[in-house]
Design a protein around this ligand. Structure first.
Ligand SMILES: [Zn+2]
Length: 320
């Protein structure tokens, strides 16, 4: 798991402007067309004075306490709809309303700075600002941002957005910045899907997941048939992450890296033994520089390149 370290203050500020300039004006026309019961629900949740509604709408999109948002909505839903909300259709109708108010699909398209809006903002710009180049869940796949060859030179990203609290179940959190996790398509669509499980949230949790070479005996350190084993710490979220993203399964495909690292370590030990002998009057470029090139992955950040955490952990296991 890679922790996302980014300028969240700036992201929240731009996101708040987006809510104010794009979502807030649309809210009132939508509100007018709702039944009295829905209006009551919205009034209870968001208030009925303009400035209060705006602050609450912003809160749904930038507040850090996601559990609190969920609890408040659930309480008000129960209070207003009571038993009538027990059927699935009514909840579907409410979900549709949140889809219109918060409009995650609209965030995909975004807005452009100009006469109407004071910022440019959309999903792609958001992902770029999270400053992460590798999927934080699996650490295997790149997340790439690139400039589109069109007249606006728009920025695009190859990342999917995983909703930590799935938007199908918690539509009220569909546009909250702490609920939108840039990730690879494999983690978002194939392994996680719409499961509602409390795995690590890369904005808040680092967790304790590490990689080990499975050793049955001392000899197996020298065997070419070693397997990667993912070890989760004692915290529940780390264990759930390993389960949800099927890390033990998907890392099977990287077993060959174990041999690569083992060979690198052995080759370096042999090289180092003869280093000063071989030098014989040639310019000494420094053993430290050679070490840095030899084990370049030790000097890279996990958020910048796939599989760096795996390589570092295995190296440390071999070196002991
Ligand atoms: Zn991934």
């Amino acid at each position: 798991m890679i922790k996302i370290e980014c300028d969240m203050k700036k992201i929240r500020s731009i996101h708040s402007i987006y809510v104010e300039e794009f979502l807030f004006p649309k809210y009132f026309s939508l509100y007018k067309t709702q039944s009295e019961q829905i209006k009551d629900y919205l009034n209870n949740l968001l208030g009925n004075k303009d400035e209060v509604i705006l602050e609450h709408l912003k809160g749904l999109c930038v507040d850090t306490d996601l559990e609190q948002i969920i609890c408040k909505e659930k309480y008000i839903r129960g209070k207003i709809f009571g038993k009538t909300m027990k059927d699935k259709q009514s909840y579907k109708d409410l979900k549709k309303i949140w889809d219109m108010i918060l409009d995650y699909e609209g965030f995909n398209r975004g807005i452009s700075k100009g006469a109407k809006y004071s910022v440019s903002w959309n999903r792609h710009l958001f992902v770029e600002m999270t400053n992460i180049k590798v999927c934080p869940y699996c650490n295997r796949n790149y997340i790439t941002s690139y400039v589109e060859d069109d007249k606006d030179n728009r920025i695009h990203t190859t990342a999917s957005i995983d909703h930590y609290y799935p938007k199908a179940i918690y539509p009220i959190l569909q546009l909250n910045v702490f609920n939108m996790i840039p990730s690879c398509t494999v983690c978002n669509s194939y392994t996680k899907g719409i499961k509602d499980l409390k795995h690590l949230n890369p904005y808040f949790d680092k967790g304790s997941i590490s990689f080990k070479m499975k050793l049955n005996s001392v000899e197996s350190l020298y065997s070419s048939n070693c397997n990667i084993c993912i070890v989760a710490g004692n915290d529940k979220k780390s264990r759930v992450s390993v389960e949800v993203f099927k890390l033990n399964k998907i890392y099977e495909t990287h077993n060959s890296i174990l041999n690569e690292i083992k060979e690198k370590v052995m080759d370096y030990e042999n090289f180092k033994e003869n280093y000063y002998e071989k030098l014989l009057g040639e310019i000494d470029i420094g053993i430290d520089n050679i070490y840095k090139n030899w084990f370049d992955f030790l000097f890279k950040e996990e958020k910048d390149e796939p599989l760096v955490k795996l390589k570092k952990d295995i190296y440390n296991q071999i070196i002991g």
